[in-house]
Design a protein around this ligand. Structure first.
Ligand SMILES: NC(=O)c1ccc[n+]([C@@H]2O[C@H](COP(=O)([O-])OP(=O)(O)OC[C@H]3O[C@@H](n4cnc5c(N)ncnc54)[C@H](O)[C@@H]3O)[C@@H](O)[C@H]2O)c1
Length: 256
């Protein structure tokens, strides 16, 4: 522990489990004061209890929920330095099987949730002249994709566009806006919703030879949240074990 976030107040949305829980644990190790938010009350409360911090049930697709979560952080600590909007859903569904309602739900959580988090955090961050807005994007959408990720890819590519636009608009307020693009990260949700064959396929395509961990992703968030990143805004960090690199099917093929 090096106290890289000493006394910084951070609200982490989508932190009951998986990558978001990894971010919460990592930020806590570095001295941040946390508020956790998630739709899942039992798991979210359990993670918050583990860390001894407040939890609020939040559906980030709803602006009033985003505002309530920000209000809890302000009520608890008097300021809000960092917001991480990590909540995201990734139904595995071909475009031809996707209804308009399916499409809207993915956009509501992943993309409108990003806007809602930003809009709610802007008020206190602008007033205090400091803020770090951070988003979980993905390599899926901005760079690559695979069958069944139409709505998801569109939503994550949209997050990157929003990051750039918000970074410009908030640059005069002392607020930076950045994101992390995870590759394939081994979380309970990936194991449950994608299964062994998908995971094996991804593993084989990763030069570093393994899926990432929530902590791998959390370390990139930590950097972007810390003072070390004070001159970085409007960008994203890829955390993918080199998965974007191969030009062909077999990156292990060497010259004769
Ligand atoms: N796991 C991966 O390989 C991977 C790769 C790239 C990007 N991502 C992104 O990382 C994020 C986390 O993924 P994960 O694998 O940890 O998934 P996860 O399902 O384990 O975690 C997501 C969390 O967000 C919460 N959540 C869902 N909808 C919400 C809502 N409307 N409001 C508030 N909270 C909500 C869930 O309850 C859960 O706790 C997502 O944005 C996902 O798109 C994941």
């Amino acid at each position: 522990m090096t106290n890289r976030l000493q006394d910084k107040v951070a609200l982490i949305i989508g932190s009951a489990r998986g990558i978001g829980k990894g971010i919460a644990l990592r930020f806590a190790e570095e001295g941040a004061r946390l508020v956790l938010a998630d739709t899942e009350v039992e798991a979210g409360q359990a993670t918050a209890d583990e860390l001894g911090v407040p939890f609020i049930r939040t559906d980030i697709s709803q602006m009033s929920d985003a505002e309530a979560a920000v209000a809890l952080a302000i009520g608890q600590y008097g300021r809000l330095d960092i917001i991480v909007q990590n909540a995201g859903i990734y139904p595995w569904q071909l475009i031809e099987n996707t209804s308009a309602d399916d499409w809207d739900r993915v956009m509501a959580v992943n993309l409108r949730g990003t806007f809602n988090a930003s809009r709610a955090a802007l008020v206190p961050m602008k007033a205090q002249g400091f803020g770090r807005m951070l988003y979980t994007s993905s390599i899926t959408g901005p760079h690559v994709t695979s069958p069944g990720h139409g709505h998801y890819s569109a939503s994550k590519a949209g997050i990157n566009g929003f990051i750039r636009a918000a970074a410009i608009e908030f640059s005069g307020y002392g607020i930076t806006v950045n994101g992390v693009e995870p590759g394939n990260i081994l979380t309970e949700a990936i194991e449950l919703h994608r299964g062994a064959a998908y995971i094996k396929n991804m593993e084989d395509s990763i030069p570093l030879g393994r899926l990432g961990s929530p902590r791998d992703v959390a370390n990139a968030f930590l950097f972007l949240a810390s003072d070390d990143a004070s001159y970085i805004t409007g960008t994203t960090i890829v955390v993918d074990g080199g998965q974007l690199l191969p030009e062909g099917n077999d990156f292990r093929l060497l010259p004769p």
